[in-house]
Design a protein. Sequence first.
Length: 74
Amino acid sequence: MNRIFRARLALLIIFTASIYGCASVAPWERGTLAKQQMALDATPMQSVMRVHHYSSREAAAGGHSSGGGGCGCY
């Protein structure tokens, strides 16, 4: 009985925690979420240029997050 109670309690806690993650956003509140501070990448153009510069130096495409290879200067 104790094991079943703990399993139900754990499921109840997980369920209530997942409900709090869901929220509806009113149309007039969407401007707050669209601010530059809320973006995943605050400077997208700088990131694009950094990736371009890195791939030009390494003479390779892809694999921007792994180290090694090329001249080793990055």
